[in-house]
Design a protein around this ligand. Structure first.
Ligand code: ASP
Length: 320
């Protein structure tokens, strides 16, 4: 099996001005993650590395550059899963930590549990020697502006149910959850997803990203999926599981399953989203019902990437 790493950098109404930054970010992340795989690292190491790269990048809504809740502060969440033994780690309501994905991995590896949240997750991170940054240090000007626009829109009576998609028409930083799926030569699959959530969410709101079966799922016997988009919708639809179910029970290809599940989700629940999938045969699925979703993958020497529907640019990985 040829190793593959695929990443996404969030789905939504991404403005034209944000496209170059998203491309640079997803291409950098996929190269960094794939290098881990080609240097003999595990699929877990590879997806964590790719997500960490985007958590450091303010082109994305994860780690540095996360969006603000209605109170004006950041609460982040993440999950990671290994398809070999179905081990997973999830965390939510994380503040002032650059790499929530690494907290999730530590939950998986250092506790008897799968999901930690809030103050006790922070206490766990402290004990595990994660650097605790002043929470404001992760806030960008874009995130502040996005919250101001959210509040103005609320005052004007704009429906904020699907805030992230409505707002993205005017604001520059409403989307950008990040995710990665990898498969290695032995067919091991891992998935990681990390986010700051949605602008203007109430404090304590938890989205799909840290929830297994919604934002993240990996099973070597079927495949792996990371999703992005309107969290309440993805969570209620159990989006990642629905995609895998179409592969395992309906014999669909990764692409057919990803497309069919997301179309069904948006038809039934209105909210939009996107997903990246790799099935156990190493086939790739990429689809979104949102206007755009940044993605990139490497297989062999080829790096493919895109952001608009049907787009597929490629370059050789030996090129810079
Ligand atoms: N799904 C994330 C959430 O609702 C947001 C996103 O993917 O952009 O928290």
């Amino acid at each position: 099996m040829e190793p593959i790493l695929i990443v996404h950098g969030g789905a939504g109404d991404i403005t034209e001005a944000r496209v170059p930054g998203k491309f640079t970010g997803v291409k950098k992340a996929v190269r960094e993650g794939f290098k881990v795989l080609s240097d003999g690292g595990s699929v877990l190491d590879a997806v964590e590395k790719a997500v960490c790269s985007m958590e450091l990048d303010d082109n994305f809504n994860a780690g540095y550059g996360s969006v603000l809740n209605i109170e004006g502060y950041i609460e982040m969440e993440a999950s990671i899963m290994h398809g070999k033994d179905l081990k997973a780690g999830c965390c939510t309501l994380i503040k002032g930590i650059m790499h929530p994905i690494s907290v999730a991995r530590r939950v998986m590896e250092k506790t008897n549990h799968t999901f930690l949240g809030g103050e006790n997750a922070m206490e766990f991170a402290r004990r595990e020697n994660f650097e605790l940054l002043p929470p404001d240090s992760l806030i960008t000007e874009n995130a502040k502006r996005a919250l101001e626009e959210f509040k103005e829109n609320q005052k004007k009576g704009v429906d904020t149910t699907f805030a992230r998609t409505e707002l993205d028409k005017t604001e520059p930083n409403g989307t950008g959850t990040v995710g990665a799926v990898a498969i290695d030569r032995e067919g091991n699959i891992a998935v990681a997803t990390s986010t700051g959530g949605i602008t203007g969410k109430v404090a304590g709101r938890i989205g799909d990203t840290p929830i297994l079966g919604a934002g993240t799922y990996a099973d070597n016997e079927i495949g792996g999926v990371s999703t992005t988009g309107h969290g309440e919708t993805l969570m209620r639809f159990n989006a990642a599981q629905r995609i895998l179910q179409k592969i395992s029970c309906h014999n669909m290809s990764a692409q057919e399953a990803t497309e069919a599940a997301l179309k069904e989700m948006t038809a039934r629940l209105v909210g939009t989203g996107g997903a990246i999938t790799i099935d156990k045969k190493g086939q790739i699925g990429i689809y979104f019902t949102s206007k755009r979703m940044a993605w990139a993958y490497i297989k062999g020497n080829e790096l493919h990437y895109g952001i608009n529907a049907g787009e597929d640019f490629s370059e050789n990985t030996t090129e810079k």
